[in-house]
Write a protein that binds this ligand. Sequence first.
Ligand code: SF4
Length: 221
Amino acid sequence: MDAPVLKQREKLAGHIIQHLGKRKMDGSFAPTAAEAKAQVLRLIGAMKTPTSVIRCGSETVGGLGLWADIAALSGVTLMDPYAPGLSKEQGAEVRRQGLLADVLVASSNAITMDGRLVNLDGTGNRVAGMLFGPKKVILVVGMNKVAQDVAAAQDRVRAYAAPANNMRLGEAYGLKNPCLEDGRCHQCMSETKICNIWTIIEGQAVRGRIHVVLVAEDLGY
Ligand code: SF4
């Protein structure tokens, strides 16, 4: 990454982290994906063991290759709904049990300049865990997901993240949504729609429960 771009992103991240603090959330900056990964592993390693971590379907976290490293941490159990050999029903049960995991590691579809977390979910297990259940929520968010405000964040998710997720999941899940045809969101009512639940996290009751790692590099959608 160009040095001026890195510098600008670090300054923007500093601004967002200040606002996260006002919202009783923690934040940190990682100049690279590798540093972000190291930070996540340190945060989990600092928790009291034994620790359970629920895996979610985040493209950002998967792209970092974090799940195998988390599973290898001493005293940590990775609850993996994607484990080979699990039936659809068994995977759903792991997701349900995961609402009581110690740690949720995920990304956010968008974050605003004043530290609000904006997400759009299909089944809701990812956002449910962000809201309540896991004692610690660690979100890895590339600076490509920063939006000026909530309206811009929702625009970003509709214009980019949601259609891209349809492209990622379309074949495996047999999706038949209009965005698969032209790459644009039609705010459809399709039977296989994956855009069902919007959440906006404004703050936390328990200080520091959510920690956002802001990564200078573009990550995920
Ligand atoms: S067209 Fe439907 S499934 Fe596709 S992104 Fe929009 S709401 Fe989601």
